[in-house]
Design a protein around this ligand. Structure first.
Ligand code: SF4
Length: 257
């Protein structure tokens, strides 16, 4: 008796492997040029270098942090700090900010870009906090993004710094590092955020945002990366790198702007 054969026409594709259920087996693609072990080693080194990284925007509570982050769009942290020292000395709650009024807020922040619009937003978000959240900053992204001038990135910074949540706020430094190192390549901040959250081990997520920003600000700089001072130079897969020798892994005592 002739054996039965599965007939495959010339040019037809070889069928994909299937599960017993009949569904195609599709492994989610690992979204980084680095293996999980390499990613863990990168963040282990960052954690040794900066055990307790801090953001550089001055603030005294969740409200003043929120205002500082709103003011920091298209401005440097140092420039924002200069303006907010006087502002927060007289207004560190939504109620006091409203009492101060838009004209006085604008006067305090005139040295910052887009100050007119930002003064409007600071007053509007203070009002919204009082009207909708009992004057408290909510620890919830969906609630935060309803506030005037507050987008996903601002919400992520506040959730991370004031509420200890493992969020990833993608700024210009993280956008650059994600792509330059091929750590989490992406065209948009959301794409990079999504990939970083997937690849960074849980134990490092709390501080990962600050480690990446500080690494980008002081070492893997925009115009010329300072690879000789980089603790991950041996692991880095960037075509821009100029050294394979990692800098000594020691805790950093001080960083100047
Ligand atoms: S080796 Fe150079 S390019 Fe790579 S992360 Fe370090 S500073 Fe950036």
């Amino acid at each position: 008796m002739a054996k039965s054969k599965t007939k495959i026409d010339a040019g037809s594709k070889v069928p994909k492997p299937r599960r017993a259920s009949g569904k195609s087996v599709r492994k989610p693609r690992w979204p980084s040029a680095y293996s999980p072990d390499e990613v863990a080693e990168i963040f282990r080194r960052f954690s040794v270098q900066r055990p307790e990284p801090k953001g550089e925007l001055e603030h005294v509570n969740a409200f003043t942090l929120l205002v500082a982050v709103v003011l920091s769009a298209q401005a440097t942290d140092a420039g924002v700090n200069k303006a907010t020292r006087g502002l927060f000395a007289v207004a560190d709650t939504p109620e006091k900010m409203l009492t101060l009024g838009e004209a006085a807020v604008a006067e305090h922040i005139r040295t910052i870009g887009l100050w007119r619009n930002k003064a409007k937003n600071v007053i509007a978000l203070s009002q919204a906090l009082i009207d909708n959240f009992g004057g408290e900053v909510p620890g919830d992204r969906d609630a935060l993004v309803t506030l005037p001038g507050v987008g996903r990135k601002t919400a992520n910074v506040v959730l991370n710094m004031s509420f200890g949540q493992p969020t990833m706020a993608v700024d210009t430094h993280i956008l650059r590092i994600g792509n330059r190192l091929k750590l989490a390549p992406g065209k948009t901040p959301d794409e990079i955020e999504d990939k970083l959250v997937r690849i960074i081990p849980d134990e490092y997520m709390r501080h990962a945002h600050h480690w990446l920003i500080l690494h980008g600000r002081y070492v893997c700089k925009a115009r010329k990366p300072d690879c000789w001072n980089c603790v991950i130079a041996d692991i880095c897969k960037s075509p821009d790198k100029t050294s394979d020798v990692p800098a000594p892994l020691v805790p950093l005592a001080f960083e100047a702007d």
